[in-house]
Design a protein around this ligand. Structure first.
Ligand SMILES: *Cc1c(COP(=O)(O)O)cnc(C)c1O
Ligand SMILES: [Zn+2]
Length: 442
């Protein structure tokens, strides 16, 4: 069976464009495009048949289908030849039952989807594998693409750099100077990818890269390129598969440029349309108080949206004031009875500290989602039995500076509620034993 997908305007303009075309916006109205799939073809297989296919492929050795993105290839990007797939075995990340953390908030069924357990340490791999595979296919087909470029708050650039290095395609990353972690900065550098550290913020980098990609033979890898969204939406697929096709009541994701909350919704909607699931979750977008344009808009019932100048936040990957995918996000949140909530620096840091105590090494963005979960639990938005899933977007190991300062109580403007530190001692048995006995309780 031939499956088909194409780009189409999110405003419903009639033009259709091949996925191998270099196009990011609708030529008629200027809005973003999205990938549309030929749903009639996909519906020729039943929901049960699709489930069986996905289960059979999951984490298995039949390349590239063991990747949880390519295991759903027909629903993601049927247009790419397997010979052009650039994959690092994406997805298949742990869905962690946060039993102890949930109990503290009165939740019996809290789960953390550990998307940061990925090749480059964040969930951005899921979308990047699709985009870079399509680029490889375009180049193989004779398209003149000299390099692939993105603006990034640190994780998109790491993923672009790694996938392009895997494929041998030149890449360029635009990073806001001093606004990404050391690990995030070193990632593209290790891969020998042209890394520009610019004296501006993410929004400033985004403007520059868009201009570059509009004028030269350089392909844009930001999530306004909706190929990325197709990969990111597999979070929803993988999540329900791991829950034996049960749909959670709530899914909470941190939001910056808002591609991912849109992608989650798109994924659940597709499963629903294909009869794989029979209900939809409520979606929650969690923003940092210092970079909260969507939260402000939510407060107006999404009647208004105004970009803001984002302020410095510990949640640096979501420090975005002018999100590219805001229209998609607002539509998804309206369709999914969505909620937008914010977390202050202190709330997010202490949510991370609390999570740390229950065995989770947590990045500051995941911490925003956890802080919002805590708030909504306190407000009674969840029933104790609700299945609540928090999307953990990056690996805490990328943010050791944040974790170190939190536990030393050295984060500016934050009073650490769960600090912890190592004890330095001489290697003397009696001193060691006494110290242990004083510290392990009665
Ligand atoms: C990209 C990213 C997000 C937010 O995703 P958007 O699509 O920009 O809203 C959240 N957390 C981390 C760690 C990220 O890298
Ligand atoms: Zn249009």
């Amino acid at each position: 069976m031939e499956f088909r997908a194409w780009f189409q305007c999110i405003n419903g303009c009639s033009g259709r464009y091949e996925l191998t075309e270099i196009i990011y916006r609708c030529p008629d109205c200027g809005e973003l495009l999205e990938v549309q799939h030929d749903m009639d073809l996909l519906k020729k297989r039943s929901g049960d048949e699709w489930k069986a296919t996905f289960v059979e492929r999951y984490r298995a050795n039949d390349w590239p289908y063991g990747s949880s993105v390519w295991g759903k290839k027909e629903l993601v990007c049927p247009n790419v030849d397997n010979s052009n797939v650039v994959s690092t075995f994406e997805g298949g990340t742990n869905l962690f039952w946060a039993e102890r953390l949930g109990k503290q908030w009165g939740l019996d069924d809290l789960w953390i989807k550990q998307c940061g357990m990925a090749h480059t340490g964040s969930f951005k791999d899921l979308g990047m594998t699709v985009l870079v595979s399509m680029v490889k296919q375009m180049i193989a087909g004779g398209k003149n693409i000299r390099a692939v470029a993105c603006a990034s708050t640190g994780d998109t650039s790491a993923a672009l750099a790694a996938y392009c290095a895997v494929a041998g395609i030149p890449a360029i990353v635009f990073l806001p100077k001093d606004k990404v972690s050391l690990t995030q900065l070193i990632q593209p550098i290790t891969h020998g990818v042209l890394t520009l550290s610019l004296d501006t913020d993410f929004d400033g980098c985004m403007k520059l890269v868009q201009k570059l990609c509009a004028e030269d033979e350089i392909y844009l890898a930001n999530s306004m390129n909706s190929l990325r969204i197709e990969g990111q939406k597999t979070i929803s697929f993988e999540l329900v598969q791991q829950l034996n096709w049960e749909v959670p009541d709530f899914v909470i994701v941190p939001g910056g440029n808002l591609g991912n909350v849109s992608a989650l919704g798109k994924g659940f909607q597709m499963l629903h349309d294909l009869g794989i699931i029979s209900k939809l979750p409520r979606l929650v977008c969690a923003q940092a108080e210092r970079a909260n344009p969507l939260y402000r808009s939510f407060k107006t019932g999404f009647k208004e949206f105004n970009p803001i100048q984002a302020e410095t936040t510990l949640a640096s990957a979501i420090q975005i004031g002018d999100p590219v995918s805001v229209k998609k996000a607002m539509r998804v949140l309206q369709a999914f009875d969505g909620i937008v909530e914010e977390a202050s620096e202190s709330e997010l840091a202490n949510a991370a500290g609390r999570a740390n105590r229950t065995g989770l090494l947590c990045c500051p963005h995941t911490a925003v989602a956890l802080a919002v979960t805590e708030k909504l639990a306190g407000r009674g938005v969840f029933k104790p039995s609700d299945k609540v899933v928090v999307i953990s977007t990056a690996n805490g190991l990328k943010f050791t500076d944040f974790l170190t300062k939190y536990h030393l109580n050295e984060l500016e403007g934050v009073e650490s509620e769960f600090p912890f530190s190592a004890i330095e001692l001489p290697a003397d048995y009696n001193r060691v034993r006494d110290t242990i006995m004083q510290n392990i309780g009665a």
